[in-house]
Structures are given as C-alpha cells and as structure tokens.
Design a protein around this ligand. Structure first.
Ligand SMILES: [Zn+2]
Length: 307
C-alpha cells in the first residue's frame, strides 16, 4: 500500500530529542515506512505560540537545519518531493511550517522560508499571529499583512493550509485567494470534544474546500477525532461516511498529526496504517477509493501545485 500523510510534527520531536528520522521511538520513522510501496510525508515545523518575531525565525532555522541534515543523512531512503524524478521510489518529503509567525511580520522573510524548502504554510497555530487568528481566538480574521502573504504564496507556489484557523480567518482566506487550499489535519465538526469541533470544519467550510479542489487530511488526534463513544477505526468510518455523503471522495486525504498529539485508540503511528487500510477494504470500502484517500488525492494535488 501507499501512504501520503499531510501532517506530522516528527521533525520538531527529532530536533528536541536529538534522535534520527531513520530510527526513533516516535510515531513516524523511515524504518517504519518500509512497509509502504510508496510514501510521501509533509513534515511540519511547528512554531509554538510563545515564539514570535526573531525568536520564531531563529527556532525555525534551527529545526530546518536539523531537517536538512536528516534528509541528507538518509538520502538512500528519502528525497524532497519536488526534486524527485518521476520513477524515484524513495520516500518523498515535503517541508511545511505550522504557524505564519515564522515570518515575524516581515513579508520578505517568506523568501527565506521558501528557499529553506517550505512548500506548505499553515497560516496560524491556535493563537493569533501577524497573518490571522487561530482556533482559540473568538475574534479576528485575516489581516492586511495576511492578504499580502497570500499573494506572495500564490506567486511562489506555496500551498496555503487552513487547519487551525478560526472561522472568520478561514472565510477571509477563501475570499482573498482563488487558489486551491488544504486543511492538512482537520476533520468534520461532528466530534464529541468541544474544542475539537471548533478546530474542525463545518459543512460550509468542507463545501468551499471541495469547490476549490483542495484537500482535507483526516486527523487522528483523539480530541478532534472521536465521535460519541467511537474511536479508532470506528470513528474513522464515521468521518469517511460523512465526507463521502458530501461527495468529497477526491479531496479526502490523511493528515495523521503523528508526533503532535494524543492519538485515538488503535492508531499508534505509521505502523497502524496498513491495518487501517486493510480493514477499511474488508469493511466494504472500494480499494480504489481507499487508494485515493491514502495516496492518490494528495499526490495529484501536490504534483499539480508544487512541481
Ligand atoms: Zn496542528
């Protein structure tokens, strides 16, 4: 089976614990990925709320150095997605930054971030920053600075990620750009946890992402995922049925949130994905649909958007 995962926090954890991407005790490692015939992973560098301005930029650069080092040490197994040749079967890495605070409020900083390899930017984490307001914020939307960031991102072919935005920021982004955008790690807002509902997507938001031919990466964080008394595979089926009823089969993807949260029961990292994949097919989902969700939808999107 193939896997394309739209969001993990693994590289920040590798940096913090000084462990390698190849072999570690985390949810994601290159060793664990050997079970996949093809594997692409968006690696996000998460910018904590307390890091702003210079501190955010410095932290990003340090984790990015670590990422580059790991990619080069493991080049037998992994290559950057946008520099891989067509028949290259190695794992593919896409670098993302989770938090537009990385720009420190300076529009030209985006060139540094792009040159360092970032191809996806999650505009906020849960708090506000210079670009927009996150899911913790009752008020506030996309700022004028945020609008100019979106224009620069379009020119650079950097993908906009709306996961973590509050509702107002989401709708402002939808108005300010005509490009497809992604919610890399968000579910429908049908979950039990109250903050989880805020952090997830309403029907209206799902509809907009679909109209734009974007992507919705299903997040396995238990607070954003568990529905009533259902967790793991059972909750996944609820989310899939919900989105499939809305004809979202070409925009559903996986955005596991590995190494960034408490996962739902029965999913512990990359090692769980083969079981999940096989179980869904056994339970009657068609193989071609599950292949689209686990790999093809995201691969088609990123081939079109960043290569
Ligand atoms: Zn996140």
């Amino acid at each position: 089976m193939k896997l394309f995962d739209l969001h993990c926090d693994t590289i920040g954890e590798c940096y913090k614990n000084k462990v390698s991407l190849r072999r570690n005790g985390l949810n994601v490692s290159l060793e664990k990925s050997k079970v996949f015939s093809e594997y692409a992973q968006v690696f996000a560098i998460w910018i904590p709320n307390e890091l702003r301005k210079e501190k955010a930029i410095n932290y990003f650069n340090k984790v990015c150095d670590y990422f580059d080092d790991e990619i080069s040490k493991n080049k037998d197994l992994i290559v950057k997605f946008d520099s891989a040749k067509k028949d290259d079967k190695r794992n593919k890495a896409i670098l993302a930054v989770e938090g537009g605070a990385v720009l420190g409020g300076n529009i030209d900083e985006i060139y540094n971030v792009y040159d360092r390899g970032v191809r996806v930017m999650t505009l906020t984490w849960n708090a506000e920053n210079e670009i927009a307001s996150g899911a913790f914020c009752e008020n506030g939307g996309l700022t004028d600075f945020g609008k100019s960031v979106l224009r620069r991102m379009e020119k650079l072919k950097m993908v906009v990620d709306v996961s973590h935005l509050n509702r107002q920021s989401f709708f402002d982004v939808a108005e300010a750009t005509t490009n497809p955008f992604i919610a890399s790690h968000s579910n429908p807002d049908i979950v039990s946890n109250e903050f989880g509902r805020k952090r997830n997507l309403t029907d209206e938001q799902i509809e907009i992402i679909k109209e734009r031919n974007g992507l919705i990466g299903l997040n396995f964080c238990k607070d954003f995922f568990n529905v009533n008394d259902k967790s793991g595979l059972d909750a996944l089926k609820v989310h899939l049925d919900y989105l499939l009823n809305k004809n979202c089969e070409k925009i559903i993807a996986i955005g596991g949130d590995f190494d960034g949260c408490d996962l739902t029961e029965g999913i512990s990292g990359l090692e769980s994905m083969e079981f999940v994949y096989n179980s869904l097919i056994t339970d009657g989902f068609s193989k071609s649909l599950i292949d689209d969700i686990f790999y093809n939808n995201a691969n088609n999107f990123f081939q079109k958007m960043i290569t």
